[in-house]
Structures are given as C-alpha cells and as structure tokens.
Design a protein around this ligand. Structure first.
Ligand SMILES: Nc1ncnc2c1ncn2[C@@H]1O[C@H](COP(=O)(O)OP(=O)(O)OP(=O)(O)O)[C@@H](O)[C@H]1O
Length: 226
C-alpha cells in the first residue's frame, strides 16, 4: 500500500513490507533501503525470497502489506509504470528474442528507447560480444546471453540495476564485467542490488551484504574488505 511521503534520499526504500507468492507468505515485515551510489549484495538460502524481493524492487510485484518507494514511485501506484523503464532486472533467463541476432536484439532495444543504433554496437563491444554480434541469441551460450544482458544494461543506463544470480554462467574472468557494469550504474548516481550464491565474488561487487531469513532482511556482519 502506498506511503504518503515519498523518500527522495534513497533509490529504493521498503518499510515493513509483506509479499505473498501464489497466496503463500514469502516476505514479512521486511525493511530494506538502497542509497544512490550504493551496491547491496543479497544472500539467503534457496527459496528464502531473494528473487521475490528483486521483483518487488522492480515494481512488478506489489506488496500486500507495508509500504515502499522505488525511484520516487510508491509501490502499488500508477507511478510505477513511469519509473519502470529506469529499472533493469537481469533475471535467471535472458530477455532476448531468440531468433534475432545479438546485434538485432540490442539495436531493436536502442530504437525502442530512442537511442542511436550505434550505441547498441558500442554496448556489445564493451561486454566483449562484438565478435559474436551476428549470432542468433538462441545459439549463444548461457554466459554469452548473460553478457548480452549486461550490454542491455549499458545501453539503457538504468538508475536501479537488479541482478539475479549475477555470477551464474560467467567464468571467473567475467566477474569483472558484472562489477564494471554495476559500477557504471553507480557512477551515474544509480544503485544496484545483486543476488549471488557466490559470496566471495559478491563481496567484491557489493558495499554491504543483506541476508533474507524467514521473510525478513538482516545485515550480514562480516564487512567487505577495503
Ligand atoms: N511462480 C511461483 N509459484 C509458486 N511459488 C513460487 C513461485 N515463485 C517463487 N515461489 C516461492 O516463493 C518462495 C521464494 O522464492 P524465490 O525465488 O524468491 O527465492 P530465492 O531466494 O530467490 O531462491 P533461489 O536461491 O533458489 O533462487 C519460494 O518458497 C518459492 O517456492
């Protein structure tokens, strides 16, 4: 339910949020905030609700209790549709048209969002996909598809980047790419929330870690080394 007071100091803030999935409670009394320029790592057991929280932050899943704001839009309000283009959710499966080439996918997105097609080629180059740009998306490996997703993020310059299973399908050398993309979002005053089961890699990408336990968010004490 919408809060009457928008929070402008945070990219996203949730207060006492409750979320059901298929009528079953998943998140309960959850408080969570992410500030401009910040990267938060999200950890927790399988099924604890990490992906669910990302969908809430993406404004795709309205809470059944509590309140929150994302990019100034109250969760559950019509304003969510306005801010949604400034949120990038990179999920388990790639959001690519399988029969189009990687380049066609990115150029199509560039046109849709009012950008030059050349910007699509630049984004593909930045993620090391220039050589595979003419390959159909469904012929790409999982790691290549993930790189194409990161190119999508570079192209659309979101204020809030939500990365689910950030390191899945990426070789160790590609971890730097995930961090670089998140860093670029942060440099522009945006924020990122990164889910990963690879805690060692996550610590390299996040300012702090938050764990989802029994539907609530709690800080993970071990600090990220400076
Ligand atoms: N489409 C769905 N239908 C029914 N239940 C669902 C659905 N999606 C998620 N759930 C349930 O919601 C709960 C939270 O799932 P969620 O995917 O958010 O967890 P997670 O922490 O991201 O898990 P994992 O680490 O395994 O990816 C789980 O109990 C899951 O079974």
């Amino acid at each position: 339910m919408p809060s009457p007071v928008p929070d402008t100091d945070h990219v996203a803030m949730l207060v006492g949020v409750a979320v059901d999935v298929e009528r079953a409670p998943v998140l309960r009394s959850l408080d969570f905030a992410v500030a401009p320029g910040e990267s938060v790592g999200l950890v927790g057991a399988n099924g604890s609700g990490k992906s669910t929280l990302l969908r809430v932050l993406a404004t795709l899943l309205p809470p059944v209790g509590g309140h929150g704001h994302v990019l100034g839009a109250a969760l559950g309000s019509a304003e969510c549709a306005v801010v949604r283009p400034r949120i990038a959710l990179v999920g388990h499966t790639a959001a690519l048209y399988p029969r189009l080439t990687v380049r066609e996918n990115l150029r199509f997105l560039a046109r849709l969002t009012g950008r030059r097609e050349h910007a699509a080629d630049e984004a593909l180059e930045a993620v090391g996909l220039a050589g595979a740009a003419d390959r159909r998306a469904d012929a790409c490996s999982q790691g290549m598809q993930r790189r194409a997703e990161l190119a999508r993020v570079l192209l659309t310059e979101p204020r809030l980047l939500l990365l689910d299973e950030a390191h899945t399908g990426l070789d160790p050398a590609s971890t730097g790419l995930v961090n670089a993309v998140a860093e670029q979002v942060r440099e522009r005053g945006g924020a990122s929330v990164v889910v990963s089961h690879d805690h060692a890699r996550l610590r390299g990408a996040a300012d702090r870690l938050v764990e989802i336990v029994e539907g609530r968010a709690r800080p993970v004490r071990a600090e990220v080394p400076a």
